[in-house]
Design a protein around this ligand. Sequence first.
Ligand SMILES: Cc1cc2nc3c(=O)[nH]c(=O)nc-3n(C[C@H](O)[C@H](O)[C@H](O)COP(=O)(O)O)c2cc1C
Ligand code: SF4
Length: 539
Amino acid sequence: MIQSLEELQLLAQEKRKQEEGFTQELRVCIGSSCASLGSNELEKELAQHIQNQETTKTCKVKGVGCNGLCSSAIMVSNYDKQKHQETLYEQVTQEDIPALANAFQDSTALKEKLCDMTSAFFTKQRKIVLENAGIIDPDDIEDYIAHEGYLALFTALEELSANEIIEEIKLSGLRGRGGGGYPTGLKWETVSKVESEQKYIVCNGDEGDPGAFMDRAVMEADPHKVIEGMIIAGYACGANKGYIYVRAEYPIAVEKLNRAIKQARKYGILGTKIASTSFDFDIEIRLGGGAFVCGEATALVASIEGKRGNPRQKPPHLSDHGLWEAPTVLNNVETFANIAPIIRNGGAWYKNIGTPTSTGTKVFALTGHIKNTGLVEVPMGMTLQELIDEIGGGVPQGSKLKAIQTGGPSGGCIPKELLHTQVDYESFKAIGSIIGSGGLIVMDENSNMVEVARFFMDFCKSESCGKCVPCRVGTTELSFLLDKFVDKKATPSDFELLKSLCEVVQNSSLCGLGQTAPNPVLSTIKYFENEYLKGISND
Ligand SMILES: Cc1cc2nc3c(=O)[nH]c(=O)nc-3n(C[C@H](O)[C@H](O)[C@H](O)COP(=O)(O)O)c2cc1C
Ligand code: SF4
């Protein structure tokens, strides 16, 4: 049981001392992408191999979360603790185990699988949310503590009032990373001011956007960081119960979170009288209902309550009528993962990263026609060109960039001519797209933009909960119209109908799903109208 900040710091020191016996760490990625290629088995065999060799007794094998370069799975890094030097290997297989085991003695080993860590993919990123990903063992709370884990929580409990925490989050300028970009400090302040015996903190880990896997990686690589952010939110807002609503299709994330919660309880970090204060807080996991709409705030709350995950009218907002009618803070996984670094380093530190109105960093999942598919974290304000061409390595050889789809089914398509656009909430909105939760799909010159719009409309059509007519019937009609354009059977009046129906669905749907479903159509009409006109039949 850790009962004070001092005890936490002592434990961190002790753990670091224990680890001094190991001069080398072989870090095997056990995140979803690498695990799907057998990295768990590789980690076990590598550990066995190392154990059997007398010369490798000072080398530790450890399973870590995703370091981002998913296209090169399985990733293994060799970290020299004395030189603070990391060597990264890509596309590692079982056959590479003997060479890997010798890598710390022979720097030429596995030369053909060496990954260039001086490339922009590594040097241009700024890691705050993912600071521990690929470094710590997500199954070991003490490893987290040795890397400043729970320092923010214990500092907050011993040295800051609830108001001071909220002021710090407000000062940081942090905005919700789930898509809407609502100021987090303001949300917490509203809930903190509501008088109520019972309040809740809920973490949204439903992540349903096609092509998005940012939150999955955070939950798998650093579950304690999400938990720490939630406990701090509980203390700041006067809540003593939290729920993490996780997509059921994320078994590794669920396993990591479950283990982390158990460990946090064992160490007295969750439970009653945390850090010898009168503050109690505990967390439970709820599995997602398997529908995209369950990520919508009111639907998510209904789903946790055991009801069908249908959205409802707002207001009332969750801040006064949330889970079981109690005041509730709902934040995204990445939002919570930003909290501990902000409390540790101060709101002013965070505010200095990014742009004045979009502060901090953003995690993006790069997918589609791009060389470095995977996960990246960049400071807000970076241009799309730096993100796509430099960090992402651009479109693979032989083809050229056409457009970038951001924000999933609620987002839009940005043409290559706007690659100079800054990555921030305002700049994306100005060009008819959104940052959304961070899914970023790159499309090459062979992509058909009407088909892209139809893909997202079909997605919304099948994910519509059916509660309101504009969305239920509107997305079906829009999908039918888009089929006609793809099949080159549309008429000029279909084009007018398509545009006006988009407006109706946007303006009269009940929840965000319907309200934003026309966005991919509208942005492709804006930038690629010609492709729609080609879909109009001359017969
Ligand atoms: C259809 C729909 C699906 C959504 N899915 C998610 C999701 O998977 N994860 C998420 O964090 N937010 C999702 N949101 C946004 C949430 O409603 C909510 O705004 C967010 O969780 C608030 O957290 P934040 O302020 O930290 O962004 C979705 C919204 C809509 C309309
Ligand atoms: S907009 Fe769509 S998803 Fe939302 S309540 Fe209406 S039918 Fe359901």
